[in-house]
Ligand binder design. Structure first.
Ligand code: C2E
Ligand code: MG
Ligand code: MG
Ligand code: MG
Length: 280
């Protein structure tokens, strides 16, 4: 077929398409088997206020594959999101994150964690009761948990989403809009939903010091956040110049390689508890 249409490298095209589909299928199958075998790892990346206090951390999943080594979420999360596998993954991450919040609290460390929530998982009818169950079982304080959602979730079935978010918000759980500014939703939802935080996408953060339109976007997000009294987290802060740009424009929490890379949760926990002990 490709030959008839005059395509010059039909074999290459078809082979690479085939490889991609087969590869995704293999990743899905191996991940499905790997989760119950304990192959997921929780990494944390700290977030800092402008004055340098650590105010929280984001939970970021990794996959310790027996042959491929440590696999980044960009490789397997999009594949997991095409099926209920993302729910299995989300359950594991939430259990781990809440367990860490509770462990930290028992050690006198008021750790707050942000967890990425997939729309498919959030839309499950039992999502709220499941979150309550995890909090009860682990003893994690709801106010120490932030759920990161994306604009895509909000676009469809708004009233159902509002009701669910309100219920969780009433427990003390916080909500953040991840990759803010990259979606297509209207700003009106910010007033209707119990949102506490906006996360500026790293593409805007990284280009803002030199690109006037990215600078304007960041300034607009900060203005909206000020008006609605929302916290702002900038993700992907890599340079002092980016950090200074943000600090000169408003009140921003920084998350990025400049301040700390994602690292295994136990490593960060050991460091933070040692520091909390030294400060006490
Ligand atoms: P995200 O939630 O927007 O997470 C931020 C990403 O930016 C992370 O990539 C983080 O490592 C990266 N990052 C942080 N600081 C910097 C920086 O200074 N420079 C650069 N270049 N990158 C930085 P990561 O860990 O590879 O995760 C990618 C995406 O995978 C996440 O984007 C999120 O959408 C998804 N993801 C990760 N963990 C989970 C999870 O547990 N559940 C779900 N549903 N999705 C997850
Ligand atoms: Mg996130
Ligand atoms: Mg993000
Ligand atoms: Mg993202």
């Amino acid at each position: 077929r490709a030959k008839e249409s005059g395509e010059s490298h039909p074999a290459f095209f078809e082979a690479s398409m085939g490889e991609t589909a087969a590869e995704s299928f293999r990743i899905e199958r191996e991940l499905r088997a790997g989760i119950p075998r304990g192959e997921l790892r929780l990494f944390l990346q700290p977030q800092f206020s402008a004055s340098g206090d650590m105010v929280g951390a984001e939970a970021l999943v990794r996959w310790q594959h027996p042959q491929r080594g440590l696999v980044a979420p960009g490789v397997f999360v999009p594949i997991a999101e095409e099926s209920d596998l993302i729910v299995e993954l989300g359950i594991w991450v939430m259990n781990e994150a809440c367990r860490l919040i509770a462990v930290a609290a028992r050690q006198g460390l008021p750790l707050a964690l942000s967890v990425n929530i997939s729309p498919r998982h959030f839309r499950r009818p039992e999502f709220n009761s499941w979150v309550r169950e995890v909090l009860d079982r682990t003893g994690a304080e709801p106010a120490r948990l932030t759920l990161e959602i994306t604009e895509g979730l909000i676009i469809d079935n708004v009233s159902d989403v509002v009701a669910k978010m309100n219920e969780l918000s009433a427990l003390g759980i916080r909500f953040s809009i991840d990759d803010f500014g990259t979606g297509y939703s209207s700003l009106a939802y910010l007033k209707r939903l119990p949102i506490d935080e906006l996360k500026i996408d790293k593409t805007f953060v990284q280009d803002a010091p030199h690109d006037p339109s990215d600078a304007a976007l960041v300034e607009t997000i900060l203005a909206v956040a000020r008006q609605l009294q929302l916290k702002v987290v900038a993700e992907g802060v890599e340079t002092a110049e980016q950090a200074e740009f943000l600090n000169s424009r408003g009140k921003v929490v920084h998350q990025g390689y400049l301040f700390g890379r994602p690292a295994p949760a136990d490593e960060w926990m050991a460091r933070w508890t040692a520091k909390a002990g030294a400060d006490a």
